[in-house]
Structures are given as C-alpha cells and as structure tokens.
Design a protein around this ligand. Sequence first.
Ligand code: GAP
Length: 460
Amino acid sequence: MNIFEKITALAKRRGFIYPGSEIYGGLAGTWDYGPLGVELKRNIKNEFWRSMVQMRDDVVGIDAAIIMNPKVWEASGHLASFSDPLVECKKCHKRFRLDEIANSKFEASHSKQIQNTDITKCCPECGGEITEPKQFNLMVETYLGVVEGEKTKTYLRGEITQGVHVNFKNVISSTRVKIPFGVAQIGKAFRNEITPGEFTFRSREFEQMELQFYTKPEEKESMQWFEYWKEERRKWYLSLGMREENLRFFEHPKEKLAHYARAAFDVEYNAEGDWKEMEGIHHRGDWDLKQHQTFSKQDLSYFDEEKKERYFPWIIETSGGVDRATLFFLMDAYREELITNNKQPTTEEKEETRIVLKLHPKLAPYKAAVFPLLANKPQLVDLAKSIYSDLKKEFSVTWDERGNIGKRYRAQDEAGTPFCITIDFESLESKDVTVRDRDTMEQVRIPIDALQDFLESKLK
Ligand code: GAP
C-alpha cells in the first residue's frame, strides 16, 4: 500500500474522512469529515486564524458569500480561462487532463507495447488513441431564481480570493486598516476537476485558507512582503509539527506564470518522494482590483494619506488548501512502529507493530482519553467520570471503557490522542492517575488536581 492508500484506510477506520454519499455509491471528488476529521480540520483552521488574524495588527478577516454575481467571474478571468486541457480516449472514452498523459501508469507498465507510439497520444488506461486537447472550464454552474426559464446562471466560487477583492472598499471604509494590510478568509471553493483523485488531494469541493495582503505598488517593498509571507507560511507548518525535510518551495517558471503574476512559489509536501502542492504564494500585482474596477465601474483605488497619492495596491497572496493541509498533517504524523522490549512497552502492550499518529497536541482531535481500569468497578468508573467531566470543560477529551487497556491505547494511538489517563485502584487512595504518553509510551503518575495544568502546558 502506498501512503495515500494507508491514510485513506486509517481515515475511514477511525472516523477522520469518509467517501462522500458513500451508501449511494459515492460522488467522485467529494468527501465527508467524520467525528475525528472535523476536529482535526477545525484545529487547523483555528491555528491559521490565530496566527494570521488574531496575533496580528495588520490583518483582518472576512467571510464572503460562496455564490457571487456572475460578473465577478467575468472580471477575474475565470469564465474565459479557468480551464484545464482535456483529452478523451477514442477507445474507452475515459477523460484525462493532458498533463496526466505523459507520466501515465500505462507508460510505465506497457512500455514495450508502445515503443513505437507517441506516448503523449496514448490513453493511460488502455493505450488507445486520444483526441486533440480542448479547454474544459472548471467553474461549477448553478441556477438561482424560482421561475423556470428565468433562472439566473451563477457559479459556486472557484477560489475564495475574489470575495476579498470585491470587498476592498468596504473593508477600508469600515475599519482602520492602512496599507500595508491584509484580509484573511477561510471557506469552501468548488472546481469541476477532470480527474479528482489521490484521496482528498484533488477534490471537486474543498476548503481554502487565504490571505490577500495589499502593499504599495513598489517592486522592492512588495517583493520584501512576498519573501516575508513565504517564510511565515513555511514556519507555520513547522510550528505545528510538520517535518522540515518534508517541506520545500517550488518556484513557478517565469514563462508559466499567469500574465499578471510577478512571482509564484508553491509550498510542497513530500508524499513518500512525490512532491505535492500544498499551498501557493503568489504576487498578483494590481490585476484583481483593476479588473473589478473596470467591470463594476466603482473606484477601487486607494488613497494613501501619508504619501498624499492615489494608487492601486499590489497584492501578495498566500492560498492554502485546508483539506490538503489536513491530508499532509495526517501523512506526516503517520508512523508504523515495532514495539520491542527495549522500547519499554507497558506490561499491557505486547510486542507488535503499532500504527500511531504523532499529531501536534494543538492539532490532535482529542487531547486526552480517560479510562477506568475496569469498566465493571463502580468506584473506578465514578472517579474516572468525574475527572472526565472536569477536563471536558477545558479540553476536547474522550472516554473509553471497552476491551483491555492495551486495545484502548492502540485505538488512541491511531486517533492521535497525545495522552491516555487511566484511573486504577491506587487512584482511589493516592488521588493520582497514570498518564501514558502517545509518542514515548512512557507512563507517569500525576495528581488528579494537577491534570489540568499538565494538559495546558502540553498545548502551549
Ligand atoms: N486564489 C489562488 C488559488 O486558488 P490555487 O493554486 O488554484 O490558487 C490554492 O489553489 C490552493 O487550494 C492549492 O495550493 C491547494 O492547496 C488548494 N486546492 C486547489 N485545488 C484543489 C482541489 N481540487 N482539491 C483540493 N485542494 C485544492
């Protein structure tokens, strides 16, 4: 199994992510987050918001509508050119993005059969001849209105970006922001991807977390901000435990940049040797504001009080996928570890391979699990329940009394729970409990009234 398959299986087994509408056979490119997944994803979004909005004086947040006036997408260029080249196999009629053809599985597994054929013209599935590429627009259409025949064609937003730019004037006039400043947003985006796949990596419905940062229209200053945000975003992933060796920047070649873009880098994640785009850092120049001014006929320029001059600011964007971050945090945390005696397994844990998610405590769905040693001893259950309900007021914690302690540890390892708290007979007398660390599997005794501080210190 490759890492995508392992994470897909674990995510389903433990309730992180399920295929969308599964009982009806699913719907390609859609995913449902389960009880653990919704916590993990929310923790990622909260950490983004904390670092990008709450901790800063120069960034504010908004939450714009998903469905916007269709003119927005004319202005942004999405209706004319938000497309991928699509090809179709003349034999099996499967459809592909053109870029999928060259690196196809068919090429690898059937290389002898196609020695004399131009592989850029071969179907990756059956080797059949493919059509010439045609542009396929990725915008998802929808219709508003109640009268048949008079419904307005609109779109589910293809990126969350434009909701920020169309509110540029509103934000300036209703707050005290001054350039340089940024507007952050988190929300759903939709793309009719030709070939969704690799678990949630390429979905048709997904979430983005973005910053649009407005700078003076000056080469040197805007590039300084560009470099600053590149580094900030890298540091954010590292601060939440992503391993440095699994992150890198990929610079988009100048000739492949959008015509208005001055620079673009991807933050890439190393999925077992396959580097994948996780976030984009883009220098968008003044394209968005100028386009919206032209199409809306509203003045979207900025008056700089200090310089006493009017201009269109330049925009530095950081655009991350929440689902991709969730996927890659899961991948980065995933370990298969052989428990041997010299790693000091507890007496309850046998020598075996354990699967453990070493998620940062800030991201872990549950910060701790509380267990009574035995489910049929009311004194243990009562004490454990009172500890559980006290901790619940402050932290996301879970309860388990099924099976033996070893099995409960295994389940919490796979859920990424950093600490397991066991209430045993000694606890009744000494008023302390056993706390087992997910990563080291070591156990310590901690007084019940120190548990709250202990967990708090681990979350800092
Ligand atoms: N506003 C700029 C923008 O949307 P993008 O590179 O098209 O740029 C930004 O998308 C990020 O959104 C990507 O780096 C990725 O993390 C996420 N993303 C894009 N398409 C996606 C898809 N089909 N499924 C999941 N995430 C996607």
